[in-house]
Ligand binder design. Sequence first.
Ligand SMILES: [Zn+2]
Length: 470
Amino acid sequence: MKKEVITRYAPSPTGKFHIGGARTALFNYLFAKANNGIFILRIEDTDIKRNQEGKENDQIDYMFWLNVVPDLLPGSIDRRAPFKQSERLDFYHKYANFLLEKKLAYKCYCTEEELKKSREEQLKKGITSPQYNLKCYNNPPKNVDGKSYSIRLHVPNDLNFEWEDRLRGKISIPSSSIGDWVILKSDKQPTYNFANVIDDHFMGITHVMRGEEHLTNTAKQVHLYKLFNWDIPEFIHLTIIVNSEKKKLSKRDESVMQFVSNYKERGYLPEAVFNFLAFLGWSSKNEKEIYSKEELIKIFNLDGLSKAPSQFDIQKLKWINNLYIQKLEEDSLYNFLSPFVKDIKIPEEQKKQIFNLFKSQLKEGIEIKELINLFTKKILIDNSVKEIIKNNKQLFVDLFNELNKLNNWEENKIKEIIDKIGYKLNLKGRNLLYPLRYVFTNEDSGPPLVKILYIFGKEKTMNILEKIKF
Ligand SMILES: [Zn+2]
C-alpha cells in the first residue's frame, strides 16, 4: 500500500512570514494536496531568546490569507498533536535520555566562556569551522553536582552521512565536517535539528521539502534517524531564490519586498501571489502560466522542480496580479480596492465606477490611490486652459448647450453629442478630444473622456463648463 503523503511547514516565530518561506510552505502544501495527503503547520518555538511576540500569528494569518491552509496546526485535535514544539518538551527529553543511556550522547559541562575560548583558538590556527573540542567526551568531569549541562551527540569522525535527495540525487556529507553537537541546551530546550527529527518522525512526515541551506542540517538529521532506527523521509532541497541581480534573496535585500504582508498592503491578490510562487522553482509541462489553486493541485509534481536557482521577477508578479484584478467581478473589485481610498469622500457608487474604469490597468491595487485623484482634484483654469478655450470657443459653446439639454446622463448619449459636435465643426480624433480632455482633467492622456464625464456626472461637468467662461 502506498503511504499517505504528509508534509509540513515548520517556521519559528522569530520573524514575519517571508516570501521564501511562503514558497516553501506552498510547495509542501501543493504536494500534499496533489496526493490527497496532509499538510501540517508546526511552530518551532524552542529558541526562546529569538522568539518574537506576535510573529507566530503573522505566519498563520498570512498563510490563511495566501490560502495555503494547513490541515493540522497548533490547536488542532489530532493524535499527532500538539503542533507547537514548546508543548512537546517531554518528547525531546525522553529521546535525549535514550541517547545518553546508549552512550551515544553525553553531558557537556563546558561554560559559554570555555566554548568561546576554544572556538577562538581554533580560528587562530586557521580552522574555518571550529568544532567542539571533545573535552567532556574524552574526560567526563567529576564533582558536577548542581552544575548545569547541555547534552551533546557524539559524532564519530569517520562516517559519511548519505541520502538520496529527490531533486539532487545522492548526497554525501562527511561526519568529520560536523563535530559533536548539542541536542539539548542547558535550559533544557532542544536544538533545531534534534526537535525536527523527533517531530517529523512522530508526525509521520513522509516528504521534507525545504531550502538548500538546510543540507548540513539534513546530514545531522540523517545521522539521528539512523541512531533511532527510524525511517528517513524523502528529502527535497529546493534551489535558492535570487533577485534580479542573481543574488540570493536575503532578508536584508531591499530590491524585493520581503514579507507576504508587504504584498497584501500594496494590493496584490492572494490568488496572484499563490500563482506566482508556484512557478518560483517549479514549472509545468506546457506554456500556460495562469493557474487557479485547484488546477495547480491537479498538476503539481516533484518532477517539475527546478535544479537551477529561481529568479524573483517582480514584473512578472505584477503582470499576473493585473490579470487577476481584471477578472474580479464588481463587488469583489470594490471590496479589494476600497480600503486604499477609504479616506476619500466621494459617493461609494462613484468609487465603484472609478474602480471599473481603471481595473484593466492596475498592477498593484494601491495604484488606485493616485488614479482616483483625477476625480477628486480641483480642475484648474490656468493660462494653458484659457488658451485652449480661446482656440476652440465654438466647441465648448456647443458642448455646453447640448449637454445642458441632456436629461439622461448616459455614456452613449454623451458620446453621441461629442461626435455630433465634432462632425459639425469638422474636428476629428485628437483635434476634438485633446482640448476637451485637457480642460476637463488638466492632463494630456488618461482613460476615455466619455467615461470620465459620465463618472463626473452632469453637475460637475456643467460646473466646469460654466466656470471657463468662453
Ligand atoms: Zn563540555
